[in-house]
Design a protein around this ligand. Structure first.
Ligand code: WT7
Length: 652
């Protein structure tokens, strides 16, 4: 497979960018022409950011799995599509060629049909990082069912909320999972969730760890038994359901500044074109390269850059079940060495954690196959950037710092590996088709921040970098279409703060070369180890504990996680054993949300700083959590300024 749309020089980047701004429809139609469609579009783009309404490739029909599988069979059917490395290094790895993956996806798509799945149904997937997870995802897409993958670290309650919101009728899971030394009782968690989910009629259970599980008659069935049934049917080739370009492909839940996670909706056509385009360009993938993204398919990174982007490009994608520190902190480097990985895409939090184990885990490994390194999920600090560049890339691999979001489906701001320059701690330049703009508090454009002013490329601000809130002016093919079941929420959250703009929730700087540097969230959303967690969501969970009166949650700088979770809690239960109280609160959060949202620090307080109108002054709490010992700014509007001194004195 060749990629005629792969940008190969800085000049070409500039000319493609210019074209994408001057004639977005012509630009994207040109890219889209490289895919297989059942029917071509009538109109490339139809949009407004008021409703909002965004439609790409209206009238076109396609099935994304034909682009990820069928179209590769003739040319690269025997090439590895997926390389799978298990958690336990003693267990044998697996390789699935494009032919094998195609066969298994068709088989499992037939299983779904046999179990009553139809086009448009919502199917929840809660699985470990095994090839069958990718197979399940693709099988849904094959028959036009909408997948909703839930990360294995979420609790039964979180799963139930997501299943109810989307009214899923089928769940795909496994008996258990294994991450490092820890077993995860996936099926048992699903059983707890389903007590609240009458919409679910079938549960398909993959055998992975062989922990004993309860299989409920009429509802639960084994993956392997279902496959055998399809084999006795003579393995009918499951045809790919033709989908409208704007039919939903998947829902993925993500946290925001309010209590309840939102179901971000992506659709078939635009998402396919954009994830493929960005995969090919950002990583500069060359046929035959082995590409390793360390994310979990439960997050958007896994959807776009383990499954759909790489497979639609006919790439070899490596899927890893385990964790970076098991059996020791050299595991990533062992995998790079073992499979001669060419492109490695990971998170700053993993880099910082591995950096802390010292150079010995890297030294003995052969990393000479590496050509390109990438990071995603949070700002990377310069120290971690340089460690990655020197110790892993040996000073010869470009690092792509890719900024994007669940809502954007694909990478929006990043250098192109080896083509446009990298700059430590900077995501750098917008990809073609992406029109960023920084605005001030009033929504006024910040001079020098607009890369595509009047449809023309504009370099950076002169002199010092300019700062503002990061917005996008124009739709790109994989922008969020709606929040499932609540379009008004989508409008409110992303399109209402600055009318006419998509607001990202991030703050950013732009320098004289036009490079963007993302500084972090400006709303009440935390980024813990590259995972998004809403402060309101954690507060709601803490408040579920019987002894808790009220709580306030803020982030604070954490050496490895980027941000840690700091909770201030008013507790009126028995406080004689504060350690016990804290553990009980942590346990409550783990039950309600999942282990990923456990607070790192819990300070028991007698009151919270509030304004006379009863609003918690988070700015002050944030400063205290950050360790600010000096002035906390204006506290004169506080109802009871004394409470601040108490909180300051009790800081953990
Ligand atoms: C938030 C989105 C994108 C997939 C993983 C996270 C932060 C993401 C970067 C980066 C600085 C980054 C932003 C963004 N973020 N990439 N390269 N540099 N910050 O997806 O859970 O939807 O979170 O992650 O704050 O808004 P997500």
């Amino acid at each position: 497979m060749s990629y005629p749309y792969q940008i190969r020089s800085m000049e070409q980047y500039q000319s493609e960018y210019k074209k994408s701004v001057e004639d977005p429809e012509g630009f994207w139609a040109g890219i889209a022409g490289n895919f297989s469609w059942h029917r071509k579009w009538d109109k490339v783009l139809d949009w407004n950011f008021t409703d909002p309404r965004v439609k790409w490739f209206s009238g076109a029909q396609l099935n994304i799995t034909e682009n990820c599988l069928d179209r590769h069979l003739a040319e690269r059917g025997d090439q590895p599509a997926i390389i799978w490395e298990p958690n336990d290094p003693e267990e044998h790895y697996r390789i699935l060629t494009y032919k094998e993956l195609h066969f298994k996806v068709c088989q499992f798509a037939q299983v779904l049909k046999n179990n009553g799945a139809r086009k448009g149904d919502r199917i929840c997937i809660y699985m470990p990082m095994v090839p069958e997870l990718a197979i399940a995802v693709l099988a849904c897409a094959r028959i036009g069912a909408i997948h909703s993958v839930v990360f294995g670290g979420f609790s039964a309650q979180s799963i139930a909320d997501r299943i109810q919101d989307a009214q899923c009728n089928i769940v795909i899971t496994s008996d258990g999972g294994q991450r490092g030394n820890k077993g995860i009782p996936l099926k048992s968690v699903i059983d707890d969730a389903l007590v609240q989910c009458p919409s679910v009629k079938k549960v398909i259970v993959l055998t992975r760890t062989r922990v004993p599980v309860s299989m409920i008659k009429g509802r639960d069935t084994w993956w392997e038994d279902e496959i055998r049934k399809v084999e006795t049917q003579g393995n009918p080739v499951c045809p790919a359901e033709p989908m409208e370009a704007e039919d939903m492909l998947f829902i993925l839940y993500t946290s925001g500044s309010t209590g309840k996670p939102k179901g971000v909706v992506h659709t078939c056509g635009g998402y396919m074109v954009y994830t493929n385009y960005t995969f090919v360009n950002v990583f500069q993938y060359q046929p035959g390269d082995v590409y390793f993204c360390t994310a979990d398919i439960g997050w958007i990174t896994g959807h776009s850059y383990i499954v759909y982007g790489p497979l639609s490009a006919g790439a070899t994608t490596l899927l890893f079940e385990g964790i970076p520190t098991y059996p020791d902190a050299g595991r990533f480097w062992d995998i790079v060495d073992k499979f001669k990985v060419n492109i490695l895409y990971t998170a700053p939090t993993a880099i910082r954690s591995l950096m802390g184990f010292g150079p010995d885990y890297v030294k003995s490994k052969d990393l000479s196959s590496l050509k390109v390194l990438g990071t995603v999920g949070e700002p990377i600090n310069e120290e971690a950037w340089h460690w990655y560049h020197e110790n892993i890339g040996k000073g010869r691999c470009p690092i792509v710092d890719t900024w994007w979001q669940t809502e954007t489906g694909g990478i929006l701001i990043s250098n192109l590996a080896g083509i446009t320059p990298h700059k430590p701690a900077h995501a750098t330049l917008p990809l073609p088709g992406v029109q960023p703009l920084l605005v001030d508090e009033k929504g006024e454009p910040v001079p020098g921040s607009d890369a595509a002013r009047d449809g023309v490329w504009h370099g950076g601000a002169s002199g010092e970098p300019v700062a503002g809130n990061l917005c996008i002016k124009f739709p790109f093919p994989s922008i969020i279409r709606t929040t499932y079941g609540d379009h008004e929420r989508c409008r409110q959250t992303y399109f209402a703060t600055y009318p006419g703009l998509y607001f990202t929730g991030d703050g950013a700087l732009r320098d004289a070369e036009g490079n963007y540097r993302i500084t972090g969230r400006v709303d009440d959303v935390l980024n813990v180890s590259g995972h998004r967690i809403g402060t309101a969501e954690v507060e709601n969970a803490i408040n579920m504990h019987t002894g808790v009166v009220e709580s306030a949650v803020v982030g604070y700088p954490h050496d490895i996680k980027g941000q840690g979770i700091y909770a201030y809690v008013i507790f009126n239960g028995d406080k004689s054993d504060p350690v016990h109280v804290r553990q009980a609160i942590v346990q409550t959060v783990a039950r309600i949300i999942g282990a990923i949202a456990k607070p790192d620090k819990i300070q028991l307080v007698s009151g919270l700083p509030k304004t006379r109108s009863g609003k918690i002054m988070r700015r002050i709490l944030r400063k205290i959590a950050e360790g600010e010992t000096g002035s906390l700014g204006d506290t004169s509007t506080l109802l009871d300024p004394g409470v601040v001194d108490e909180i300051k004195a009790g800081r953990l």
